[in-house]
Design a protein around this ligand. Structure first.
Ligand code: AMP
Ligand code: ZN
Length: 478
């Protein structure tokens, strides 16, 4: 079977092929750099990395653009509070994002586009919309008139016919129930940062940012546009309204959306405060490869429930594969080649490929690899695996690692082996300790006292003493 993806736009599984020159023109919405991103965000970015790698494995060239939202209300507010320019404020988090992404082995898109470096194309996009009658202004801000775009709602599959009242919304994020004319250009307020434009001083809204940059790098019709499911409405719906109003052409052929990472049945999010950053988890001694593996292991359209048990299981899975790799190179084998083993190796690769062709079914792809490793370990035990079969097996691992990229040990942070990291030869950071305490609080709230006790005991082994007080948990180092 050939490569196929589930397309949010058509709500169907569709065979995928790029429109032109075997090159996939792809745009993914990047981070808003007002803080450290959390591992929920990284679930979506890891899905995009697997997507990139699979498209390349399938022989396509890639032209992938990711934006960095480095101007928005939160950024402006936080920067002002810290008496910094928005550039000074965001550069810390932009750098942190790329450091974290590198630790998770996420390949860099061909173009990374910070919004503030592309204001001119956004101004031009607003002008084109204005010239075609899709905009109006109010108190210096320019809005998109959704009633002028009859297809509004086609991505989120909502009928917004009844609520196109001409009411406006100035914030970038809002609910379906609040579908309104959205802001393209926000008028300058007070001493906030601003840019000049023919239609007044101000700054771009979030939605025009992505439409304008996507079209300026990739042309009027993209092959793939991707992001997390929370972006379907309003962000991507608005991108379609803007781009298609400008070009009169379909904006993106395939829309791919990753489900959320949850923790205790709730979406992990900054606003709920129930998040871990990559840095938190590394501080607790977990390894980036294990986090990458966990984030990639659940197919992207399924919710991923984050647990520490899951993270430990990911650690063990990688160990199993690395042990097999070592066994492959270190075992003395009889000369020659067992054709049945060669055939089984080819079959493993076929199954792995079929799974990823099927809308990136990473769980099936992993199952194919683990079944293969089990079979090969048995073949090694029973002397059925011969000298020349090493290359067959090495090829299977190579194909696997081209996509999952977890076999090569990382540098620095954490250790793969739980026992060793529990032995207390590593100093836990304060952030790591607090994250563990939070995990214990959660366990207690869900009446999982065994888990809560286990966390207390693990911290104790690392020289951290907890004291439950009426104001919460205090901790100290022994
Ligand atoms: P943001 O920085 O908030 O714009 O988000 C960056 C990316 O992370 C977007 O594609 C979001 O859809 C995605 N995202 C946010 N929260 C989660 C979550 N809990 N699980 C998976 N993806 C998420
Ligand atoms: Zn976007």
């Amino acid at each position: 079977m050939a490569l196929r993806f589930y397309n949010t736009l058509t709500q169907q599984m569709e065979f995928f092929h790029p429109l032109e020159d075997n090159t996939v023109r792809m745009y993914t919405c990047g981070p808003t750099v007002y803080n450290f991103v959390h591992i929920g965000n990284f679930r979506t970015f890891t899905f995009q990395d697997i997507l990139r790698r699979w498209l390349r494995y399938r022989g396509f060239k890639l032209k992938h653009v990711m934006n960095v939202t480095d101007v928005d209300d939160k950024i402006i507010k936080n920067a002002a509070k810290e008496h910094k320019s928005i550039d000074e404020y965001t550069s810390v988090y932009t750098r942190a994002f790329f450091e974290d992404a590198a630790k998770l082995r996420l390949q860099q898109p061909e173009h990374v586009a910070p919004a503030t470096k592309h204001i001119q194309v956004m101004v031009e996009a607003v002008e084109r919309l204005a010239a075609k009658g899709y905009t109006y202004t109010n108190e210096g801000s320019t809005y998109y008139r959704i009633a002028a775009f009859p297809d509004y709602g086609k991505l989120s599959h909502n009928d917004f016919g009844g609520i196109r009242s001409g009411a406006r919304v100035d914030v970038d994020e809002y609910d379906k129930a609040d579908a309104r004319d959205f802001v393209l250009w926000k008028a300058r307020r007070g001493d906030e940062p601003f840019w000049e434009a023919p239609f007044g001083e101000g700054r771009p809204g979030w939605h025009i940012e992505c439409s304008a940059m996507a079209m300026s790098y990739l042309g009027e019709t993209l092959d793939i546009h991707a992001g997390g499911v929370d972006l379907i409405f309003p962000h991507h719906e608005n991108e379609i309204a803007q781009s298609e109003a400008i070009s009169g052409k379909p904006f993106a052929r395939f829309w791919l959306h990753a489900e959320h990472l949850h923790i205790e049945s709730q979406k992990m999010s900054k606003s709920l405060g129930n998040f871990y950053t990559l840095r938190d988890l590394l501080g607790m001694g977990y390894h980036p490869e294990a986090i990458r593996y966990l984030l990639a292991s659940v197919p992207y359209r399924k919710k991923l429930n984050f647990t520490f048990e899951g993270l430990k299981a990911a650690t063990r899975s990688i160990e199993r594969l690395r042990d097999f790799e070592v066994r492959l190179t270190s075992t003395r084998l009889a000369p020659g080649k067992n054709e049945a083993v060669t055939e089984r190796s080819h079959e493993a690769i076929r199954m792995f490929e079929d799974a990823l062709d099927d809308d990136l079914n990473t769980a099936e792809a992993l199952a194919a690899i683990f079944e293969y490793v089990r079979a090969m370990n048995t073949a090694l035990d029973e002397g059925d695996f011969q000298e020349e079969n090493r290359w067959d097996a090495a090829r299977v691992l190579e194909v696997f690692d081209t996509i999952f990229d977890v076999l090569k040990p990382g540098e620095g942070a954490g250790k793969m082996d739980e026992e060793r990291s529990d032995a207390g030869d590593e100093v836990l950071s304060d952030v790591g300790i607090e994250a563990q305490i939070e995990e214990r609080n959660r366990a207690k709230r869900s009446r999982d006292f065994a888990r809560a006790d286990a966390i207390r005991a693990a911290l104790h082994d690392q020289g951290i003493v907890l004291e439950d007080t009426k104001d919460g948990v205090r901790w100290k180092r022994k």
